[in-house]
Ligand binder design. Sequence first.
Ligand SMILES: [Zn+2]
Length: 182
Amino acid sequence: MGKAKRRIGPSAAVRIRAMKRDRFRCTYCGIPGTDAELEVDHIIPVADGGSHHISNLTTACRKCNQAKGTKRIEPTYASEPDKPDGFVGLFVHFMKDGWIQYQGRIIGREEDTYLVQFYSCFDGTPNIVKPYLASEIRKANLYANHEEWLAAFDREWELRMEIREARSAEARRRRTCQRSTE
Ligand SMILES: [Zn+2]
């Protein structure tokens, strides 16, 4: 008694998984965003007994989440990737240590595997096609839209160049310091 009511939500990992499943888009209005811009919303409100399980979570932008409040609205987007061919046609970045490792497009499905056409990160030419399980596809960054996929790659490329530039500036500075103390 007298203890402040704590707001317990889904874990960060579950939030991210829900956002990835929903392809980082608000499931109510479709607007894309980053994990910092988007929120996860309970389909059945917690007050009505809804759980924090991923099946009861959907991605929402702040505006839609606030407008919705605790009303129950069926999201239109969240269930799409669960359709048998839900991933086919999507663009994908397979990530490693937070960076894009491979880029491709999901071009088909054979039983429980999806076929991914890979494209060279250097010049964009198509190379191998490899099968992936849906569970592996879910861990990747998915894009419904070709422009968003390209833009994400460009953003990372710019960031890599900035880091590279900062590192060589640092190396030049060190060399200058060394020379001046010799
Ligand atoms: Zn929205």
